[in-house]
Write a protein that binds this ligand. Structure first.
Ligand code: ADP
Ligand code: TRP
Length: 504
């Protein structure tokens, strides 16, 4: 523990202020520290050093509240108010910003009354490696402290949502460019991995409607697709306790960071992107391609990097986009001499990397009409299963059949009961079971497998209030995390409100 902290602890003890010492890795933002320690922003106390008329004052407020400058001016009886600049802060406190202590000797201190609503509050120690946990009543022992009403609760801050210490974060997104109905390829290639991760990880999942705008440019269609995708995803996910589910356009920081990233991304990097090259091959004139489509990988880099995930589960078709995001993160860090962005890793499990369609030779995709749906009427699903490609060399039910490349068995390997599937495979190879029986088994298996999701889908569809609440809460949490990254980005790039000779 460094000397500053030791000295501060001594001073607190002399004042009879009690606390617990919590150590952690070096984390700059209060939010990250709280998250690491397993607390929300409402459990954090921040000391703001301000210049009120001619004097410096310290204000202690809760992390989820915002200063109401009118209230401050009125309650302190001052006309002018501004934050201390970095030099003043450093001179007066002697500690790095982000580590301000609640007790600043010889500085008049005001305690926002909302702090006392919490029994315990975590606050700075003078070091970025140590946080002190106080009984908030003890703050009253700070000499001359005044308790006042200075803040309003900041909307968009999740108060007290706990995250488990050391939990890894993952992030992914699905674009509502199609009609929003998910098929078993999407489920196995994207959603299922996410559900598995959500058991042990802190997950962010977005409906990437800004991405959809690159190709869907009709209001009613975009709305329908997005709404449908939201229902499909929520129904499949079920338990959201570890998942922040949100709509991309509810978080303006995605578009904001995209602009900043535009400035560190070379044209060549984007010209090599598959999505753009595919478009060119489709005989679209380069001059005609909209810039949103061209820029798509930068928006995706922003989606990812705002949340600093440990990894990004995606289908193989998205691998290049993650590589571009890594490249952009590196370029940003290098250009602005920062360490803001950890390089994201794709997570692509091999066995489900690409699920082939019911035609047996192309990737399962809505646009190719080779899908098996999840929420369609059972009659539709039955038809899709019955037309699935099996073994073209097998003419009669008693001909020995092949398993390899037989899509019915490929799907059964994912969804069926292992023992039963092995049995069917054996019989099939010996010509002892007709195609239609195996297909019926696949159909029943799928309906059983997705029964809870199909039920939840119906429930959500008849309860829009519930869906709205999920989206609102998700957007608030996402904005909180994204906002904190943007503060770092603003500081690193010079887009701050603190210049060398003035601030606002
Ligand atoms: P589609 O190809 O049906 O239009 P999308 O491109 O919207 O589907 O993909 C949504 C998500 O599902 C992406 O993460 C994508 O990688 C994954 N995905 C789509 N089709 C498949 C597939 N056949 N196999 C594996 N994953 C897939
Ligand atoms: N582009 C992805 C797709 O088409 C969807 C997506 C948008 C995404 N933003 C993301 C995936 C961020 C992972 C991370 O499938």
């Amino acid at each position: 523990m460094d000397e500053t902290v030791k000295k501060y602890i001594e001073e607190l003890k002399q004042l009879g202020i009690d606390f617990k010492v919590l150590e952690h890795p070096q984390l700059i933002s209060v939010e990250k520290v709280q998250e690491y320690l397993g607390f929300g922003m409402s459990d954090a106390g921040a000391t703001l050093l301000m210049k009120a008329d001619d004097n410096f004052v310290a204000i202690i407020k809760r992390g989820d509240t915002k200063l109401d400058s009118e209230k401050v001016k009125k309650n302190l009886g001052v006309k002018n108010l501004r934050m201390a600049n970095e030099t003043e802060f450093a001179e007066i406190t002697g500690v790095p910003s982000g580590a301000a202590t609640v007790y600043l000797k010889n500085i008049p201190t005001y305690l926002d009354e909302k702090v006392l609503e919490k029994e315990y509050i975590n606050a700075g120690s003078g070091s970025l490696l140590v946080t002190l946990r106080f009984k908030s009543e003890d703050f009253k022992k700070i000499p001359g402290i005044k308790i006042v009403d200075l803040t309003k609760i900041e909307t968009g801050k999740i108060s007290g949502k706990k995250t488990i210490i050391g939990k890894k974060r993952i992030l992914s997104g699905i674009t509502p460019s199609g009609d929003g109905t998910l098929h078993i390829g999407n489920y196995l290639g994207a959603v299922k991995q996410f559900i598995d991760f959500a058991k042990t990880h802190d997950c962010f999942l977005m409906v990437a409607d800004l991405h959809a705008l690159t190709t869907v440019q009709d209001k009613a269609t975009l709305q329908k697709n997005t709404e449908n995708l939201i229902l499909n995803e929520l129904a499949l996910l079920g338990d959201l306790s570890n998942i922040t589910f949100f709509r991309q356009s509810d978080v303006p920081m995605h578009a904001e960071l995209t602009w900043i990233f535009n400035n560190v991304t070379p044209l060549g990097l984007l010209k090599r992107a598959h999505a753009y090259k595919d478009k060119l091959q489709k005989d679209v004139m380069e001059e005609e391609i909209n810039l949103g489509l061209f820029n798509y990988p930068i928006l995706m880099a922003s989606d990812i990097l705002l949340y600093k995930p440990d990894f990004v589960p995606v289908g193989r078709d998205q691998k290049q986009h993650i590589e571009i995001a890594r490249d952009i993160a590196e370029r940003f860090n290098k250009t602005f001499k920062s360490k803001i962005f950890p390089l994201p890793e794709a997570h692509i499990p091999e066995e489900v990397a690409v699920v082939m369609g019911t035609d047996g030779n192309r990737k399962m995709s809505k646009s190719l009409g080779n899908i098996i749906g999840i929420f369609d009427d059972s009659a539709v699903i039955k038809k899709q299963v019955m037309s699935t490609y099996t073994d073209p060399t097998r003419i009669h039910a008693d001909d020995p059949g092949h398993i390899e490349g037989n899509m019915v068995f490929t799907y059964l390997d994912f969804f069926g009961d292992k023992g039963k599937v092995a049995e069917y495979k054996e019989k099939y190879k010996q010509g002892k079971v007709p195609d239609v029986e195996v297909k019926n088994y696949l159909f029943e298996t799928l309906l059983k497998y997705f029964a809870p999701a199909r039920q939840l889908y119906r429930e959500l569809k008849s309860n829009p209030v519930k869906v709205k609440k999920i989206l609102k809460e998700g957007a608030e949490k996402a904005r909180e995390v994204a906002g904190s990254t943007m503060t770092e980005v603003r500081n690193a790039t010079g887009l701050t409100n603190s210049y060398s000779f003035f601030e606002y």
